[in-house]
Design a protein around this ligand. Sequence first.
Ligand code: GLY
Ligand code: MN
Length: 460
Amino acid sequence: MFSAPTYQGRRSRLATDLGNGLILLVGNIDASMNYRGNPYHFRQDSSFLYFGGPDVPGLAMTIDTATGRSILYGDELTIEDIVWVGPQPTLQEKARKAGFDEVRTMDRLVSDAQKAGDKVHYLPTYRGDNVLRIARWTGRKPEDIQTGFSEALIHSVVSQRSIKSDEEIAEMTWAVDLSGRMHVSVMREAEEGLKESDLASLVTGMCEAEEVTPAYGIILSVDGQTLHNHHHGNTLESGQLVLGDFGAESRMHYAGDITRTFPVDRHFTNKQREVYEVVLDAEILSIEACKPGVAYRDIHLHAARIIANGLKDIGLMKGDCHEAVAAGAHALFFPHGLGHMIGLDVHDMEDLGENLVGYDSDVKRSDQFGLAYLRLARKLQPGFVLTIEPGIYFIPELIDQWRSEKKHADFINYSALEKYRNFGGIRIEDNVLITEKGYQILGDPIPKTVAEVEALRYTV
Ligand code: GLY
Ligand code: MN
């Protein structure tokens, strides 16, 4: 944990920003997998953690905006709980470490929240059980909870959590460094005949050894053209590419989110290398374009033009690259956004609403295929941490659909694409801090040039 004054300062800023009412932040409870006593791995809510909530199930906190007093609600373990889960520090002890003014039992929250009437500010929730808990505490109908959240509270939380402090950067650097070591291990160990699951288990084992978990579902596949592919059942074959997109959480739950792509063989083929170099250029040049005041949407479009230009050199696109990107033709190959904020969540604060986190009154979300998936668009500020993750994918189903519709036929060389149907996908991703003057890539460098990646293949 950080020090008590850190959490007190964060809560007091919330109280000042809101100015009236009672702020209610809700911790998660255990989520059952197949029966109540067999829960999924517990993950605390990120905003609850950020404002000093202990990392255990079943808690909530309130902040009185008039007095600034913060109260932690929860129930101490009973002797029966201790028999099953062992002794734990008391809630009083946890509350003292995070600088709370008082601890109250959970049942007190009903009268405390209902005393505040309609002046209870809470965040949107992504768990059904929390809908019911908030409804019970506030005396509202469950169906009103998902629309009754406080937009003012979201804005205040987003403004604080978007700017990472030095101690948060240290946590994130730890997460990225472990993530980098996981990628290097996978690149060293992968060989023809192994299964994707052999490599995925290496990743989870390295997390386990550090007493942490992956920050999101591991993507590790020879079918890298499927963007969020969590299947690990394929066997690695000569001639294929492996796309690995995985990262660790730190012990305080800050995420690393790194992607590397490498050949199953010792070397990239010429065809693989050509496409890889385009993605690498887009990644490096996009990172170099990061600085305060630049809109992330413009960096995304910059990356898209680099990709369109590179694909034109390879013979897969044609025409004017600016026009192609404005029309959205590049999205056949690069259908996702360039990246997203990262912090306590891998897609930081996505539960609070992508448009309230990544967009503002200056930048509105596009509905064009590809650009519509861009999670972050607004101007960058010092202290933001974000991912840069361009990619080029050959998605046979999408190619077939676009070709049959002759979609963007002025910009896409469909006949040349036939030879790429089984190519897969390439993505390269790093985590980047925006500094006063520009940017800093978090963590120790993780091999990513063709020479660096090939040097890791079959070296042990
Ligand atoms: N790491 C997966 C993603 O950024 O969506
Ligand atoms: Mn990512």
